[in-house]
Design a protein around this ligand. Sequence first.
Ligand SMILES: [Zn+2]
Length: 608
Amino acid sequence: MAFEDPGEAMLSKLKILLILAALLVGWPQIILRFESLIAPEFQFFGLASCTMLLGICLVGIFSAAFIPVAAIRWSFALLISLAGIMVETYQSSVEDHMPYDAFISMINASGSLHEAWGQYASAIMIGGGQALLLFFGIGLSIHHVTKKHSKKLIAAPLLILFVLAGILFVRGGDGARGLPTAYTGAAYAMLYGYERSTEVIKPRELVKLPVVKPFNGDGDIVMVVDESISGQYLDINSSRGVYSGLMAPKTGVTAHNFGLAVSIAHCSAAVNMTLRHGGTRDDYVRINGSMPSIWAYAQKAGFETVYIDVPRTHRIFNNLMDKSELKNIDQWIEFDDVPVQRRDYVSADALAGFLNDGKRQFIYLQKIGAHFPIHDKYPDEFMRYKPALPRGQFLNISDTGDREGFSGSKESWITYRNSYRNTLIWNVGAFFDRLLSKADLAGSTIIYTSDHGQNLHERGGTGVVTHCSPDPKPEEGLVPLVVLDTPQTAGQPGAIDWDAAIAQGKDKSSHFQIFSTVLELMGYDPKAVQAIYGTDLLAVDDAPFAFNYQFNARLGRTPSWKEIRLDEIAWPPAGDFRPVPAGQRQQAIAVRPSMGSPMRASVVTGTK
Ligand SMILES: [Zn+2]
């Protein structure tokens, strides 16, 4: 570019500096994105397309800065810098990428802006600061006006915005990770405008269904949602499974085992969002986004609502929860001061407290379970399966997408599976032992499941991904499903005959049936409930035994279903741990006697 006088060159430099400073504010997320594409696995295609997208966004921003027509330049500066504020604010407060879902949640919560200011003032100032830098960087006058490239300079930034929005549309809102927040925000806003105008997203409805009769009497209704627990690793589902505390619970409590169930999806947020809002295989985007939450239903049916979030602390939202959902939660329990290793165990005490307090409550307990990293998720005395992963590095991490510290080699997967077993004995077995030794279940019902299963590379092969993978293994959707109650509950008029439900639903049920069941337990009319939310656990779900691995199926994307064939799943390999000499049984392992299901036993031997 040729400049006419030194003053103008200075101004151009200033503009470039302002823009670079704005980009620097959002730099951490860009770096993180590129790091994730380089290690642990080098993803050539991902890296190339991310670099290209970042490149064209930069071209867009710098072209805009040199649009000769002041009015157009300033308008674009205003649009793009405003659009970035929300994304940058979000990203600097949670230190993670802002997905499209979160953008919508934030717009919906914009009514409580003054509260947000109190809580996130510093992040908002970062977002605002970046916007100011970008606004002046793009907008400031360029004295020397040459009309030579005028049309190109105007067209480029807009064209790039449309291209980006188009890519995000095709990918269901996904794909802006690591891009300049201004462009991400502007593209998100376009997609949001489209969805609002086509009525996919509507303001959340109030509860309209009538409460007809409480199935559950005066007891509590509890959902215990575990994290990353594969159904086939527990003793209730496999003769080689580890201790779950659910085979023979204390006298008076019955564990009705639905066997291996299929999850909604294979990522935590998608599953928990749908467990909390309902949804059918064909109609979950609308129901997730527009229908009442489970808390709203519980409150209308006269329950106090309690959310126990074990993985997160210090009021950080988990699994797509937001401010507006919180309005229907009476008590939000977290364990800020309890070490990660003890938190599930301590949550058993908290839950027992609610079960014993004589109040009618709906409780949703989100556990830590066995998400990566699992090296240190259990106490030393629970190291019953060896060799296990090295200890001592991950004591303070509840869950992370980062796989640092784990190579993913064939040998390391053997130690991973043993650590996983040890973690299950502690975070499932000892959890239920503790809960059931303290809680009086009279009249209450607990539904236990996990958000998704795990691919622990039982078939061999390397890699570090356990779930949420783009090309999932069937085990990523295989979860336990157990209902706990007391004979007293079973005897109550209108109580659910779980044995009959299991007789037809064992190894065939899905997460999708839980929401309807819980609403019916609360007293909502089954017919009306099922018309919206589908089959409950009392009937056979005749949909394919499959989970959705493209849950984010809005805009241009449709769901993809992974069917699980139970005769083809990988069972936990027996060769992972050394057999323990008879005399040393106590410190060592191991496998509980088979529950003696002939069908299960034959499946186990058949797939070895
Ligand atoms: Zn999960």
